[in-house]
Design a protein around this ligand. Structure first.
Ligand SMILES: Cc1cc2nc3c(=O)[nH]c(=O)nc-3n(C[C@H](O)[C@H](O)[C@H](O)COP(=O)(O)O)c2cc1C
Ligand SMILES: [Fe+2]
Ligand SMILES: [Fe+2]
Length: 399
């Protein structure tokens, strides 16, 4: 049998039956060089509950997986933790097979599902709107719902299986990787993948992350396993991912500098490399990141733990080179907090890129630590020396 269709048991009667998308390389703009997964879960008790579905293109695979365990027309409840397409777009296929199933979602979840699936019968579905603390008995077991508004959509929620102490956390605590094993104790360290995921999807919502962790404590929820909707399940030491989220959400950094730039004819790159050498001379970790040679989602992950970045752009038509502009637009939306920056770049006549970078970085919440360094056309030896000295100053600022 296709391994994709083989459910994996988390606890007695609790199964993973998602889809491993080995060929996923781009998840709405997020580079996924290692593929990804969409995790659904099935709980078979007196009542049968399906938690989340998968991307519509894999609906057939999900239904095949369910059939290896039960008759899918017998599903009693479908829990929709999140409206986004990767988790809800197979819901219409499930509802065609089990039209009597009751759909559980938050208020915003119900509204979102009805927006997307109006044309395919949503009006006929039996919804139950839940909020934090609402419970659903499956017979021997109980599900409890926890709203996680803006983690990362207004409709998002988590589902907690009380007796088995399993938290179905949907997008939170996930990673975009495809692996043959489902549990963290079988796949080695995935913390870097979890960091990339956090940085690109959850970075704007740090205060919600911290409030969520407090809420979980207040509700007295004890967690033996965290089962997210992407990537591996945290079975061994699940606190490690909660602790990492608290660190990231609190803006904890390590001493390192990033030199992020793009260039048309190499002058801004020469500047970037000399800034890099200046930082290296102070024995501080530094990375040189060309915006057209690195996946932006990887650069964003580096920024998560970097206190200082230098951003370089040549001037094009009085402003920033467009890859730099595009990247800063993305970065600004992620609302990084407590970080410092400096701009640099080469120009030919009137200039404009460095000012534009500074303005954009400032409006993205960065503290500009000194006026940007500009060089006309190709930097000469003195100008390269100024770049090295700038590198030394930003290395000190990163410590
Ligand atoms: C298409 C294009 C448009 C440019 N527009 C401007 C401009 O409006 N103002 C300016 O000062 N320089 C302008 N320049 C000159 C570049 O800023 C200059 O060549 C710079 O040294 C390029 O840096 P780089 O080698 O890092 O690409 C332009 C160059 C190109 C190729
Ligand atoms: Fe999502
Ligand atoms: Fe998702």
């Amino acid at each position: 049998m296709d391994e994709n269709h083989k459910p994996v048991e988390l606890a007695k009667g609790v199964y993973w039956l998602g889809v491993i998308d080995w060929n996923l390389r781009d998840f709405h703009g997020f580079a996924t060089p290692g593929g990804g997964t969409y995790n659904s879960y099935l709980i078979v008790d007196d009542k049968i509950a399906l938690i989340d579905t998968v991307k519509a293109q894999f609906a057939g695979e999900l239904i095949k997986s369910i059939k290896t365990l039960i008759d899918p027309s017998k599903i009693d409840y479908v829990i929709e933790n999140h409206v986004e397409m990767d988790h809800s777009s197979s819901l219409p296929a499930i509802m065609r097979i089990a039209p009597q199933a009751r759909v559980f979602a938050t208020k915003h979840g119900k509204a979102g599902i009805c927006n997307y699936y109006k044309a395919v019968g949503c009006d006929e579905w039996d919804f139950e709107v839940v909020e934090t603390g609402s419970e659903l008995s499956l017979g021997n077991r109980t599900l409890m719902f926890i709203e996680t508004i803006m983690l990362h959509w207004p409709d998002s929620m988590h589902t907690y299986l009380k007796e088995d102490r399993i938290l179905f956390s949907n997008d939170a605590f996930g990673q975009h990787i495809a692996t043959s094993h489902r549990f963290n104790d079988k796949v080695g360290d995935v913390m870097d993948d979890a960091a990339t995921y956090y940085a690109n999807i959850l970075m704007p919502f740090g205060s919600q992350v911290l409030a969520y962790v407090d809420k979980v404590k207040e509700l007295g929820i004890e967690i033996d396993m965290i089962a997210p909707s992407h990537g591996i399940i945290w079975r061994q030491n699940p606190e490690q991912i909660i602790n990492a989220y608290v660190r990231w959400a609190s803006g904890e950094t390590v001493p390192k500098v990033l030199v992020i730039y793009d260039t048309m004819w190499g002058s801004t790159e020469r500047m970037a490399k000399e800034i890099l050498h200046g930082v290296m001379s102070k024995d501080v970790d530094v990375k040189l990141l060309n915006l057209r040679k690195n996946d932006w989602s990887m650069i964003i992950k580096e920024i998560l733990e970097a206190p200082v970045i230098a951003v370089g752009s040549p001037t094009v038509n009085n402003g920033m080179f467009f890859p730099v502009g595009g990247f800063l637009t993305y970065l600004k939306g992620l609302r990084p907090k407590g970080k410092k920056a400096v701009a640099f770049g080469s120009f030919g006549w009137g200039g404009g890129a460095v000012k534009a970078v500074e303005k954009e970085m400032e409006s993205a919440g960065f503290e500009i630590i000194e006026p940007g360094l500009q060089v006309k056309f190709r930097p000469d030896e003195d100008e390269l020396e100024s770049c090295r000295k700038l590198g030394i100053r930003i290395a000190d600022a990163a410590k």
